[in-house]
Design a protein around this ligand. Sequence first.
Ligand SMILES: [Zn+2]
Length: 330
Amino acid sequence: MGRPLACSASSSELARPDPSPPQWRLGWLSPSYLREFPADLFVYLGSGLPEDSGTIYWAVDATHGGELRFGSGDGFNFVELRTLMVATDWGNDRSMGEMALAGHAKALLEWHESSRFCGQCGAQTVTIDVGRRKQCTSDSCKKKIYPRVDPVIVLLVVDKRNDRALLSRRSRFVPRMWSCLAGFIEPGESLEEAVRRETWEVTGIEVGQVIYHSSQPWPVGPGSMPCQLMVGFFAHAKSFDIQVNKEALEDAQWHSREEVEKALTFAEYEKAQRTAAEKVSQMCRGVEKGTSFSTDFNVESGELAPMFIPGPFAIAHHLISSWVNQGASI
Ligand SMILES: [Zn+2]
């Protein structure tokens, strides 16, 4: 559960202890592998473009219902989605499109797992609409249950007058990584109110104008929230003294545009990608059975920047790089 099937660009590369690890992408199995799985476990993901010969994509939770039989030489392995996300070639549109499908599948399958019983009456639920909905089996209830999405605000606080941006660190971040502020939306709160409240709560800074930037589904958060929707904003600071709430943040500091520009170090991301790809290869060779996100960025060698920001797979990266590149217009 939660670990999509991955495959390397070439299965023969698995046996090769090579300093340049293979490219990893999502692994697809034909229906012949899945004959033992009951039909109601399959969740419809969508159909491919005509150039894909109208292929129809399904997801199935392989921890239930049947056994997958493929040999170690087939080049397949189950890999944490976060690790695969870092290991995938971010410049390859097809691989990244498949990552989006993997996120969609993971969110739906985890929602299925956590919604086996009706929250209203406690009766069992069944899958309907090819896995896109569930319904309570009690005749007196029949409540329909929809997949869950949890909105999260991600914000870059900007000091327009002094041309600075506020970056912060949480204790769970890997060393040297700084990022945007982020927080959940309270029930009954607007997105703009959430931006102002979150900034005030964790840094003591007052925010005036709030400007929407973009959004991103994030299906690799905690298991209790199978899909977060990250909504990104710029927040213009009205006050500038930082009072860090140490329960929420390890640190928060203003950084000049030059400092932030240096933190956009693609060498770091390339190293992280190579490290993650090698980790997946090691797992496939049986060297390493588990991994965690934090070790993905544990780059020990080479020239290290004093700080870096999350990679291009995260909305925080795009908020920060937009501010660096667009300058005073934000
Ligand atoms: Zn019910």
